[in-house]
Write a protein that binds this ligand. Structure first.
Ligand code: NAD
Length: 499
């Protein structure tokens, strides 16, 4: 059986209540408005147990090409629809996502490993993305440029055509909704390639888009790995690519796009810093810093993995952070622990390597959580709070994508800024200081895509433009800004004779 429609999504519900039960049936490709049997299948593994969660299609290059052809065929009619009609469909999709919130939240939780409360929050945000882009697109106006009575000059925003979306495994529900929502709103037809590790919610969106009334070929979803991803990003008929994932893969995607002269948006992760200056309110900062890091076991590109703290507040801050780590509970996402498993055995091994090397390089373990009470066979990595992390160490500079927090004392604001910049990434940062003038002076000097003052929301809200500098990538997702990303300006000039 291939899960095809709402009835099939409902049939998943009983299996989604128990972290030991695999999902029934199999999840095919969603191409040209129908579910297709793939050439090959893949075992989607449950991070909480290490066992098979679901049997899911793994697309070949040929199947990707079929989907691109379907999108190409659908693109002109979709682009010519009034924005208000496209917006209505997106808002209807948002309503369907809300109707199926619990099934989708549990799918996301079991697929990625994250705690159920976070799975639910992700689906809430996903519905907001579809709703937001379905609404703001109606205010996405062109321009007229006054050049005198003898001419008319108009600038329109037109879609690229076919957009390709390569989605990672950490936040598939949100990342798919944000990039596909903006691309659809401005009139692109989309081909989405979710990661092999966590493709289920993106597939569910394709089914809900059909129910919402999106025309066949406008939303195509094909799970797969490197073969499918490189086939999509190198395809000559894909007019724009959105990629979220690692630096190495992102650069190969950018090269493939450059080879055929097409635009690409890269969201490649980060090593985001909290700058805790003299005069910071530690009681305000500590819970926010700890929760942002523990969210999805540190597998958030904006996790806030470094804390650069003035030496006068260093001891107090570490003491305030310790309980969040020492008391963190680990378990399957469905049991709603503080921290779920990381996504795969490979990711757990990667984090373990960082942990061993950090200790060897002189970082001090200030607190660590206990492993899960029950031996579950999943990929559990207890969170660790590291203190006295040297600025020349790997833990200070490299993205771990696991629940390790690095605290480093400094003696001035200038030293805090220099430390924050002592990384090749530039995604987000937070500045903590009750003297807001001082905080703003520091915030304005930071070379990152988003800066927070006296607060921190990993990834920010639906409305805030998001993206990085330097190795964190380029281009902007989220907010109304993304409508510019997924469209291009087209100028129309008319010469008016006799004026
Ligand atoms: P990855 O870059 O290999 O995978 C991301 C996506 O790209 C997946 O959908 C994958 O199937 C696809 N892909 C793989 N090879 C491809 C290719 N040659 N061409 C096109 N697409 C391809 O990342 P990963 O191996 O899943 O994770 C490794 C590291 O990436 C993590 O440890 C983390 O540092 C980083 N990461 C960052 C984010 C983020 O939000 N920025 C998300 C996930 C992973």
């Amino acid at each position: 059986m291939v899960a095809t429609d709402r009835a099939d999504l409902d049939s998943l519900r009983p299996a989604l209540d128990d972290h030991r039960t695999p999902l029934p049936g199999a999840f095919g490709l969603d191409v040209a408005g129908e579910v297709r049997e793939p050439h090959g299948w893949h075992d989607d593994v449950d991070p909480a147990t290490g066992d098979r969660l679901a049997t899911v299609a793994s697309a070949t290059a040929e199947e990707i090409a079929d989907a691109v052809a379907a999108a190409r065929a659908a693109a002109p009619a979709w682009a010519s629809r009034p924005p208000g009609e496209r917006g209505t469909l997106l808002r209807r999709l948002a309503d369907l996502v809300r109707r199926d919130q619990e099934v989708l939240a549990r799918l996301e939780t079991r697929d990625t490993g994250k705690p159920l409360a976070q799975g639910r929050a992700d689906i809430t945000a996903a519905a907001r993305y579809f709703e937001f882009y379905g609404s703001v697109v109606e205010g996405f106006l062109g321009d007229s440029i006054p050049l005198g009575a003898g001419s008319l000059a108009v600038v329109e925003h037109v879609p690229h055509g076919v957009t390709g979306h390569v989605v990672p495994w950490n936040y598939p529900a949100q990342i798919t909704a944000r990039s596909v929502g903006a691309a659809l709103a401005v009139g692109n037809a989309t081909v989405v390639k979710p990661a092999d590790e966590a493709p289920l919610v993106a597939l569910a969106y394709a089914r809900l888009a059909r129910e919402a009334g999106f025309p066949a070929g406008v939303v195509n979803v094909l799970p797969g790995g490197a073969e499918a991803g490189s086939a999509l990003t190198a395809h000559p008929e894909v007019d724009h690519v959105s990629f979220t994932g690692s630096v190495v893969t992102g650069r190969s995607v950018a090269r493939a796009c450059a080879d055929r002269g097409r635009p690409v948006l890269l969201e490649l992760g980060g090593k985001s810093a909290h700058l805790v200056l003299e005069g910071a309110d530690i009681d305000r900062a500590a819970p926010v810093i700890a929760r942002a890091l523990l969210l999805h076991a540190g597998q958030t590109c904006t996790a806030g993995t470094r804390v650069v703290v003035h030496e006068s507040l260093h001891r107090r801050l570490v003491d305030a952070l310790v309980p969040y780590f020492a008391e963190a509970t680990l378990g399957p996402g469905l049991t709603d622990p503080t921290v779920g498993p990381v996504v795969s055995g490979a990711q757990a091994d990667r984090v373990a390597g960082f942990l061993d090397r950090a200790a060897a390089q002189g970082a001090v373990i200030a607190a660590a959580a206990k492993p899960p009470a029950e031996a579950l066979g999943g990929f559990f990595v207890p969170p660790v709070l590291f203190d006295q992390v040297g600025q020349d160490t790997e833990l200070f500079a490299e993205e771990v994508f696991g629940p390790l927090l690095a605290v480093t004392p400094v003696d001035s604001d200038a030293a805090a800024v220099a430390a924050a910049h002592n990384s090749r990434y530039g995604l987000t940062a937070a500045v903590w200081c009750q003297d807001v003038d001082r905080a703003l002076r520091v915030a304005r000097t930071l070379d990152v895509g988003q800066t927070y003052v006296n607060g921190y929301a990993p990834g920010g809200g639906v409305e805030l433009p998001f993206g990085g500098t330097r190795d964190s990538g380029y281009g902007r997702e989220k907010g109304a800004e993304a409508l510019r990303e997924y469209s291009r300006a087209r100028t129309l000039f008319v010469d008016i004779a006799g004026a």
